[in-house]
Design a protein around this ligand. Structure first.
Ligand code: FMN
Length: 378
């Protein structure tokens, strides 16, 4: 039976454990470039024992960023900063993953702590947002949306392909397409945002055509030996939006189309949610278990998995293959080491790099020497 710390092999990649730092947009880039901050953030999580480490969503075009301060992978000049991140992640024993994204009608945003409003195209940090249809997201994102033409959709898919090529050159070994959280892929999938009457709207096949074409585009350059994942918004938490059953069917079709692993999350295609599970522990795990069992594809999920016992149980019960941690990874760079101690695992300091793990193993002293209280169950 696997547990949180069992290695995980997919294609030619083996993760040292099942713990993933989930992608998190940090609003710390200039011109889409990664810098010392990103090397620090991802390097420290790799050193803290995470198996797979995602930097934030990387925009495939400048207007695919969340804000003007977000990272990109649309220019060859961005490869160097990304390569610094992959190098430190690998040096610390983890595997680097890239999440390619386009924020669609939710882009052109102010930083959240500056208000999070959507900026108009004539603002110096704003741009014209686009989507499947001219329907605004709502709430703070109410600027006019340009409905993409079929030709423009083709350009976006070429941008996905070029971004995948750059990800490979930067040293990433795992690639994910971000089609959740109300961004471009999610809005093509959702009847709330997608009112098209052409080949990209209407039936399930049509609403997932954008996804299938993106998979095909990145596979032109992303090697078969490396995993290809998709973060799919499987529930819009709204009657008129994406329902889980059709998302499950979509994953089945994508698996047949070369998807290696599904990363399930929420659609978030409207601010008018009819259900709000945000305080429920591990609320994506049961959906993950159904996709895993019924489609027969590996699955990772995030959302409220920060308690080690909860995360470990989801793996032991073979409901999901990978645990993605967002906020817990921000809160504690050493979450895996801490979790290993809490779960009573032998040699938790074996998870940090050998040269500093050596001190913690051989020069232990008593609990105050390390500064962490004894594990709750000890
Ligand atoms: C600050 C922050 C930024 C985020 N940015 C992204 C992102 O770039 N891409 C993405 O897929 N999810 C993003 N998310 C969602 C997380 O990856 C994760 O799915 C979510 O926080 C739920 O996991 P958690 O309960 O462990 O935090 C972000 C979350 C936070 C807190």
């Amino acid at each position: 039976m696997p547990d949180l710390f069992s290695p995980y092999a997919l294609k030619d990649v083996t993760l040292r454990n099942r713990i993933v730092m989930s992608p998190m947009t940090m609003y710390r880039s200039r011109d889409g470039l990664m810098n010392d901050f990103h090397v620090m953030l991802m390097g420290s999580r790799a050193a803290g024992g995470f198996g797979l480490v995602f930097p934030e969503q990387l925009a495939i075009t400048p207007d695919g960023r969340t804000s003007a301060s977000c990272a990109g992978i649309y220019d060859d000049a961005q490869i160097e900063g990304l390569a610094r991140v992959t190098a430190i992640v690998k040096d610390m024993g983890a595997t680097p993953a890239a999440q390619l994204g386009h924020t669609g009608r939710k882009g052109s945003e102010q930083k959240p702590w500056e208000g999070g409003a959507q900026l108009s195209p004539d603002h110096p940090d704003g741009w014209q947002v686009s989507g499947p249809s001219d329907v605004a997201y709502g709430g703070k994102a109410n600027e006019r949306v340009h409905a993409l033409t079929v030709e423009e959709i083709g350009q976006i898919h070429r941008a996905y392909r070029d971004a995948a090529q750059r990800a490979l050159e930067a040293g990433f070994e795992w690639l994910e397409l971000h089609f959740a959280h109300g961004y471009l892929g999610a809005s093509f999938f959702s009847p709330i945002a997608n009112r098209r009457t052409d080949a990209y709207g209407g039936s399930l096949d049509n609403r997932m055509r954008f996804h299938i074409e993106a998979l095909d585009a990145v596979r032109e350059v992303w090697p078969e030996r490396l995993p290809l994942s998709m973060r799919l918004g499987v529930d819009d938490l709204h009657e008129e939006g994406v329902h889980f059953e059709e998302a499950l069917e979509a994953v089945r079709r994508m698996k047949a189309h070369g998807l290696d692993i599904a990363d399930l999350s929420l659609g978030l295609n409207t601010p008018e949610l009819q259900r709000r599970p945000f305080n429920d522990v591990a609320f994506m795990v049961e959906r993950g278990a159904r996709v895993r069992a019924e489609v027969g594809i590996p699955v990772g999920v995030s959302w409220n998995l920060g308690l080690p016992q909860v995360a470990d149980r989801a793996i032991r019960e073979e409901k999901i293959d990978l645990v993605l941690l967002g906020r817990p990874a921000l809160a504690n760079p050493h979450w895996p080491v801490w979790a290993a101690r809490e779960l009573g695992r032998e040699d938790p300091f074996g998870l940090v790099p050998e040269d500093w793990g050596w001190w913690l193993r051989n020069f232990r002293g008593h609990a105050p020497s390390i500064g962490w209280p004894e594990p709750a169950g000890a």
